[in-house]
Write a protein that binds this ligand. Structure first.
Ligand code: PLP
Length: 395
């Protein structure tokens, strides 16, 4: 009998990490690899934030803190929600964890009973279904359509709801598609949710600051009637290029916030005291670079989308946010090309050209692949030219 628990058998390792690992092995073996698989900005953490961390070390902020965040960081988060989202939260409606990932994990562990259903629109961020499974819940995957920019519609939502639905996860801007829900689209979903009062909403806003084309970010907790059953998750990883610092947070109903702290108190305790001090500076300090960085991402998105749409066999929407695109490669799959699935496509692309991307099926939607364009223009130019010659040879 295996030492490994039954609950662990329900889940698989993150497929995005698997691709990054394979690309790394090929690079270590001397191959010329361009990795477009990573989910993190290529920019460095801004200097004022680094200096705040150094000051924290020198000050002796090197001890345990309150389990779910220092009061000063909670105040900075409270101010952020008011300043940027017009949302008022008390300090005991806010929790801080070791990355947005831990906050989500704790939220599911704290609220899901065996058999509870969680509606997850696909394509989805890879960790949602596995976290739900680990917590004993049932992911209810709802495949969204390219024609709807891969977004959940009120009709699809209505169909997915059952008596057992506990949570709906919304993620805008989206990983893996970059799609952003407008205020109107969120309001339309809200109409369905207002009628289904047992459902809680988990809004994953981690890419809030990476939007383009004057897109106006809107989050579902801004709808008064839904605020008391929405947990809004956000963090400093993507907005402030702080993926390695591991600070994420959420705000929502006290009961959930308290339950999250209970789990955290018996698992990891507080997130790093030094990272928390850095996050205070990220949220309270200058926000100027956010716009500059978003502009760089926009320039790259423009380039990548244009090039992809010039490649025979591929087509790609032009999303308003994050640093991902989700091109359609269905025309390259089939008997003629000998590529049966998007996974075959991605594997052959990596083997033949050294370009690492992630197959759409890893995100719950076949026939697509995800490109992360959080890398230099030079890399993107090389990668797109390799993808083009690979596709043209294949078709
Ligand atoms: N949510 C989404 C959609 C993500 O893409 C990520 C990271 O890739 C996270 C949450 C977690 O971010 P972190 O744990 O780095 O704060």
């Amino acid at each position: 009998m295996s030492i490994v628990s039954n609950s662990l058998k329900r889940i698989k390792p993150s497929p995005t990490i698997a691709v990054t690992q394979k690309a790394k092995e090929m690079r270590d073996a001397g191959k010329d690899i361009i990795a477009l698989g990573a989910g993190e900005p290529d920019f460095d953490t801004p200097d004022n934030i680094k200096q705040a961390a150094i000051a924290a070390i020198n000050r002796g902020d090197t001890k345990y803190t309150a389990v779910d965040g220092t009061p000063i960081l909670k105040k900075a988060i409270q101010a952020k929600f008011l300043r940027e989202n017009n949302l008022k939260f008390e300090l005991d409606e806010i929790t801080v964890g070791t990355g947005g990932k831990q906050v989500l994990y704790n939220a599911f562990m704290a609220t899901i009973n065996k058999g509870d259903e969680v509606i997850i629109p696909a394509p989805y961020w890879v960790s949602y279904p596995d976290m739900v499974l680990l917590a004993g819940g049932k992911p209810k995957i709802v495949k969204c359509h390219e024609e709807d920019e891969f977004k959940l519609t009120p009709q699809l939502l209505k169909k997915a709801i059952s008596k057992k639905t506990k949570w709906l996860i919304l993620n805008s801007p989206s990983n893996p598609t970059g799609a952003c829900y407008s205020k109107k689209e969120i309001e339309a979903l809200a109409e369905v949710l207002k009628k289904n009062k047992q459902i809680y909403i988990l809004s994953d806003d981690i890419y809030e600051h990476i939007t383009f084309d004057n897109f106006k970010f809107y989050t579902i907790a801004q709808i008064n009637e839904l605020k008391n059953r929405t947990l809004t998750m956000n963090g400093v990883s993507k907005s402030y290029s702080m993926t390695g610092w591991r600070i994420g947070y959420a705000a929502g109903p006290k009961e959930i916030i308290k339950a999250i702290a209970k789990i955290q108190s018996q698992s990891t305790t507080n997130p790093s005291s030094i990272s928390q001090a850095a996050a205070v500076e990220a949220l309270n300090g200058t926000q100027d670079f956010i716009k500059t960085r978003a502009n760089s991402f926009k320039e790259r998105r423009d380039f990548v989308v244009k090039e992809l749409n010039n490649i025979k066999g591929l087509s790609c929407l032009n999303p308003n946010g994050a640093f991902y695109v989700f091109p359609n490669c269905k025309k390259l799959l089939g008997k003629k090309t000998k590529l049966k699935t998007d996974t075959n496509f991605v594997e052959k692309l990596l083997e033949n050209t050294g370009v690492a991307v992630v197959q759409g099926s890893a995100f719950g939607l076949d026939g697509y692949f995800r490109i992360s364009y959080a890398t230099s223009m030079e890399n993107l130019k090389k990668a797109l030219s390799r993808i083009k010659s690979f596709c043209e040879k294949t078709i």
